[in-house]
Ligand binder design. Structure first.
Ligand code: ATP
Ligand code: MG
Length: 183
């Protein structure tokens, strides 16, 4: 499983449709202060279902929509899509029968947001299920931000256990059990 592409359209400073292709094993994004590097990371967290405004560095969810500049008018909506290689399809890392998986999220000024998996409208829950036990997700360890290593080292045993459970592939079963007990 590998992130192949990120497509941004109207998200934060990316007024025009912009694609990032990750063809090499390691890709660095460099640029002057304020050019939008962190906005790319925000986009990845956002499409995976991030709801915490602080983590997205926004005051309101609709703030992720391009707000206009001196010469450009604001966008009416924002969209982010991730294209992920899933070799093996149904027997691959992601439980879905396609060798390439696209997950996307669009938000309108009304605050209404819509998620899709392979272009089919779905619930946020479906996106979470798709990535559960893969380490990908807004609580997964595939995104390590500044200060997070320190946080993990200093975390309580129970908080650290959550990370190990995700890596061991048992979070999904725990989530299903919790849901079953609620019914
Ligand atoms: P640094 O090197 O300082 O960390 P960076 O490259 O990570 O900078 P970002 O924080 O990604 O920069 O980008 C900040 C820029 O994005 C600011 O210029 C800000 O005005 C712009 N920006 C954020 N949200 C929006 C929005 N909704 N519409 C337009 N521009 C936005
Ligand atoms: Mg930054």
């Amino acid at each position: 499983m590998r992130l192949e592409k990120i497509i941004l359209d109207g998200f934060k400073s990316f007024a025009d449709r912009t694609e990032f292709h990750f063809d090499a094993a390691i890709t660095g994004i460099v640029g002057p202060n304020g050019c939008g590097k962190s906005n790319v990371v925000d986009a990845v967290k956002w499409v995976l279902g991030e709801q915490k405004l602080k983590s997205l560095r926004s005051d309101q969810m609709a703030d992720v929509i391009f707000s206009g500049s001196g010469s450009r008018k604001a966008a009416g909506s924002a969209e982010v899509a991730l294209v992920i290689a899933n070799p093996g399809g149904a027997s691959g890392r992601l439980p879905i029968d396609t060798e390439q998986v696209q997950v996307s999220r669009r938000i309108y000024r009304s605050g209404e947001s819509e998620y899709r998996i392979n272009n089919k409208v779905c619930r946020l829950k479906d996106i979470r299920e798709l990535f559960m036990d893969t380490g990908v997700g807004n609580r997964g360890y595939s995104i390590i931000e500044q200060g997070q290593i320190e946080q993990l080292v200093g975390a309580s045993k129970s908080d650290r256990r959550i990370v190990f459970e995700e890596a061991a592939g048992i979070s999904k079963y725990k989530a299903h059990k919790k849901e079953a007990l609620r019914k």
